[in-house]
Design a protein around this ligand. Sequence first.
Ligand code: IMP
Length: 421
Amino acid sequence: MPITAIVGAQWGDEGKGKITDVLAQDADLVIRFQGGDNAGHTVVNDRGEFKLHLIPAGIFNPDAVNLIGPGTVVNLLTLVEELDMLEARGISTANVRVADRAHLVLPYHVMLDRLDERERGRRKLGTTGRGVGPAYADKVARHGLQAYEVRDERRFRERIARSVELKNRILEAYGEQPLDAGQLADDQLEAAARLGDRIVSALPLVEDFVSRDARVLLEGQLGAMRDLDWGIYPFVTSSNPLAGGASIGAGIPPRLITRVIGVVKAYSTAVGEGPFPTELHGPEADALRERAGEYGATTGRPRRVGWFDAVAARYAHRLNLFTDIAVTKLDVLDVHERIPIAVRYRLNGMETDDMPPTGLLEQAQPVYETAPGWCVATTSARSREALPRRALGYLDRVSTLVGAPISMIGVGPERKATILT
Ligand code: IMP
């Protein structure tokens, strides 16, 4: 390891949860560094199938500490539900920690997220409706509340009362019922009590692990195309899923991150709005979606599906400089005789392999090359040698186009369906 960032190289949902689950078997500390419970990390292992939203995918290693980092935004109410869900299924959550500097997602953030989407109408962003954008907006506007504030009940109640007073003005302008500050504070304090001493000062904890050369995983959410600064703004999330965001969001100095794994799906998917040049429509899309089970883990929305977009994945590599990439869901392509790969975009009569900004990307047409399919089931393969020659050819092409070597190949949802190369 020793300090490895696992980040998405596409539009999110690349399978980072699965890759984290695999690597976390040997990790001492796993940190989620950005985002909130908008994440939907699906993990399938010997304990069953789980959909994690905020808790790091290292939770299945009982010896690993799982930190919800200072760069995340935390909804205490849904976090308690997630803890309860895991405990009910026999997974201990004793090793979960929440950074005391993480910002809180409060019920008015969730309401404002949904109201803002409604106001945007046809140009809605397609958010997960979890209040993530409004919570980060409050953080940047310096109105946010941080997790440590629950420790001083009197002051917390005052802060909540002031925030609710301001937010109620907005909610009333939207025609919504005002919120009751007392009730809201009660609910937060009750959830905080349930978390108990899991709310901790993150830096000493992280430093302690780092000083012992412990194996640390930094688990990203979403992908480069949804990065606040580099993604398809405004159809982005409100934080930085890039490896650069991992340093700040986890409290790890940049020079200490020695490995950056880019996770790419063997094709592309997106939930939410915004340009997606290789998107498929109609029966071809339906067939791929069904075969791959592409439905949002948080919202249940059918995911948009398309061919592998090497321009997007290479763009992610340019921003992250992956040491290696993990290619997931290769088996989904087993049935295709020919597999298109977008290698460039055509824009205004010219071809480019650069990533244009959103308004131009909406007009870009993918330029495809076609790889021959292998038409053999790969899901039981457990080594590179066991893969069909054409599947290896496809992987080599993906690796060359992205610009980084492949270290892991996913051929099925379970932990064991992973080839380490
Ligand atoms: P938000 O993060 O809920 O504000 O949503 C912003 C954009 O990111 C929307 O397009 C969402 O669909 C997308 N998004 C948020 N979380 C995830 C995720 O975990 N997987 C895939 N897309 C996501």
